[in-house]
Ligand binder design. Structure first.
Ligand code: PRX
Length: 651
């Protein structure tokens, strides 16, 4: 039978269900109707700079900007000449208003401790931490590497950097010491902040020992500030390591926010690209801050009475934009939870929703699929009637999971915002506005005001309705990345060369007859494992750094919970293929990158299947990994040569 065409595939996948917001929700919404959305979007499209100029009045300006956008493609400079401060916009801006004593952060530790910080209290803590940074010799432009659990001090450390113009580089606490060292080296970090340990499913993760190993290979790091979290005994190196609580006593709690140029680097955040080396995505102060704030208010339909919970870790962009900078600039009350969703039991999230009367809940499809698997009984134990809005991020959501989320968590009442965006975009780019845009399960629906996407075919021309192509942005936006740390050429090449004058997102998409966007997956070798981006090449490089590995190929295969799982094919040198070696290689990847990159399947191959020109046949490997193609010979060393010969012509 002939292969189905992409149009046929699209047809099979077409989703016709439409869920308009309830009249009740729309009546109180920030953007209350399709017409209101359209008017805003049209205004922004007609004159994007005038539109952003109007929005930017909501930030605090120590000095006004003289130009909204200076665009020297592909280098953007937003709000040129102005001076602002993201920490000021998140904290000081609320002092002296009715939000001063409002709860900013509601925190619960995995073992169950609770803390509440009002905007006033958070301001005090951030000022104190900023003075600690100064005391440790950190100044404007210095890079501070942060490797911490989800505790309030993580947000405090980020905001303290922002306050004095230091640049934070948060590294997710699941990465290995090798990965920390690589990022510290690339960023030339001056200070490391960490904690003794972290709680995860009742066990302690030893963060400080991990950092100690990393710092042996991070010569630029001069000091290490250590928060006491678990209370376990950790070695402190004389002259380098300092306890947070001891230093806190030596500084005062006043530290005015520095007036910073709009384009001052606020942070770098490492993410995977299509080559082995992670790239430090660089975001700057004013544009990013404005974009995080406005998108938070629009998409999460922010009201002062909300209790908002984004379950992402601050080690990812979602935690930067929608745990810290967006919600705090908007004056929201944010719940922050340290631990796992299934500790001590699978109902922990729903217990938290009930306990803190959460109104707005933002999580990843991979978590939703896990909840489905764990069973409805965990959900049904709790009263979730405080919820009014649900969101997803990180990967596409399959319509079944969407329907479950809608019915079981949202009781059919809460709109779902499926938010499409990237580390590079700084904030949400496409998403339903919950009071305005009827949702279709599996679609991120429409671009936000000021966002101008297009879908481009291989011939460089826009494609028609319902045809797949490369997703690009045709106009700069304030939250866009300003570059890759230390690699301007890679920035140009990866984002601005394939489709001239357009930002290349790296995703395929189609746009349907109603103007709704459907993301169809990556165009490069990036895989999305549990909502986190990994490059297959990174995993391969980690494997071949093991002395017994001759060659390795990593591919993504579908996984019920994680979206994609990592399958690797390995050829080895002299060693015997064995379960012990398989375990050793998995451990090796854990050591090189971290637990999140450990292959789910590892197969030994006599040779890797290649085309006549020597290219690894990834498509064949993907089919084998996903079980679409079975290998007849199941001896320990699998032989793919026969399959390879059959396929060689069409790879
Ligand atoms: O492929 C898209 C997918 O995640 C990529 C961005 O990954 P990262 O920079 O790690 O940021 C994740 C959190 C913003 C995108 O290129 N992606 C993200 N959100 C969605 C998505 N794919 C489909 N639907 C989404 N809502």
């Amino acid at each position: 039978m002939a292969e189905p065409t992409s149009a046929q595939i699209d047809n099979v996948m077409r989703e016709d269900r439409l869920f308009p917001p309830t009249a009740e929700f729309a009546a109180q919404a920030v953007i209350p109707s399709a017409e209101a959305y359209q008017a805003l979007w049209d205004e922004a499209q007609a004159d994007p700079l005038a539109f952003w100029d109007r929005q930017a009045q909501e930030l605090h300006w120590f000095e006004p900007y003289s130009q909204v956008l200076d665009w020297q493609e592909p280098v953007a400079s937003w709000f040129t000449g102005g001076k602002t401060n993201a920490s000021y916009n998140c904290l000081d801006a609320h002092l002296g208003t009715e939000r001063e004593n409002k709860t900013a952060i509601l925190w619960e530790g995995e073992p169950g401790e609770q803390r509440t910080l009002t905007y006033r209290e958070l301001h005090t803590e951030v000022c104190r931490a900023a003075n600690m940074l100064k005391k440790l010799g950190v100044g404007q432009g210095d890079v501070v590497s942060i490797y911490m659990p989800m505790v309030p001090e993580l947000a405090i450390a980020m905001l303290a950097c922002a306050r004095i113009g230091a640049i934070h580089s948060v590294i997710f606490a699941g990465f290995s010491s090798e990965a920390i060292a690589e990022r510290n080296q690339d960023a030339q970090a001056k200070l490391q902040i960490t904690s003794d340990g972290a709680w995860r499913r009742g066990k302690e993760l030893p963060l400080k020992p991990m950092v100690d190993d990393a710092l042996d290979k991070s010569p630029s790091v001069e000091k290490c500030l250590v928060l006491r979290r678990t209370g376990s005994d950790v070695p402190m190196r004389e002259g380098r390591d300092v306890w947070w609580h001891e230093l806190a006593e030596q500084v005062d709690a006043e530290c005015p926010a520095a007036p910073l140029d709009s384009e001052t680097t606020l942070f770098i955040l490492y993410t995977s690209g299509s080559t082995g080396k992670p790239k430090g995505i660089r975001h700057t102060t004013a544009g990013y801050n404005l974009y995080a704030k406005k998108t938070f208010e629009w998409v999460f339909d922010h009201r002062d009475s909300d209790v908002y919970w984004c379950t992402a870790d601050c080690g990812w962009i979602t935690g930067h934009s929608y745990v810290v900078y967006g919600p705090l600039s908007a004056g929201a009350t944010c719940l922050m939870y340290e631990g796992a969703p299934n500790f001590p039991a699978e109902d922990r999230f729903w217990e938290l929703v009930e306990k803190y009367q959460v109104t707005t809940f933002y999580t990843a499809p991979t978590a939703i699929r896990a909840f489905i698997k764990w069973g409805d009984q965990h959900v049904e134990k709790h009263d979730l009637s405080s919820l009014r809005l649900l969101g997803t991020v990180g990967e596409g959501i399959n319509p079944e999971a969407w329907m479950w989320y809608h019915e079981k968590i949202g009781a059919g009442r809460c709109p779902i915002v499926d938010t499409w965006w990237q580390t590079e975009t700084g904030g949400i780019m496409m998403s339903p506005l919950p009071g305005a845009i009827p949702t279709k399960p599996g679609s991120c629906t429409k671009p936000l005001p000021g966002i101008l996407p297009a879908i481009i075919g291989e011939d460089g021309q826009p494609v028609g309705e319902n045809q797949g192509g490369m997703l690009v942005m045709t106009h700069p936006w304030p939250g866009m990345l300003r570059g890759i740390w230390g690699d301007d050429e890679r920035y140009r090449e990866q984002y601005w060369s394939k489709v001239p004058h357009n930002y290349l997102a790296g995703d395929n998409a189609r746009c349907d007859e109603d103007g709704y966007y459907w993301i169809m997956g990556r165009i490069d070798d990036v895989i999305n494992v549990a909502g986190h981006r990994l490059s297959t090449i990174e995993v391969e490089s980690a494997l071949v750094s093991h002395p017994q590995v001759a060659e390795a190929a990593a591919v993504g295969r579908p996984d019920e919970i994680k979206g994609q799982a990592i399958a690797v094919f390995v050829t080895i040198k002299e060693a015997e293929a064995s379960d012990a070696l398989r375990d050793e290689l998995k451990l090796h990847v854990r050591k090189e990158i971290g637990a999140l990159a450990v292959p789910d399947d590892l197969r030994f191959a006599a040779v890797l299947p290649k085309t006549r020109s020597g290219k690894i046949m990834r498509r064949l490997l993907r089919d084998i990994a996903s079980g679409k193609e079975t290998v007849g010979d199941t001896t320990t060393l699998e032989d793919y040569t026969v399959l390879a010969k059959l396929r060689a012509e069409d790879e």
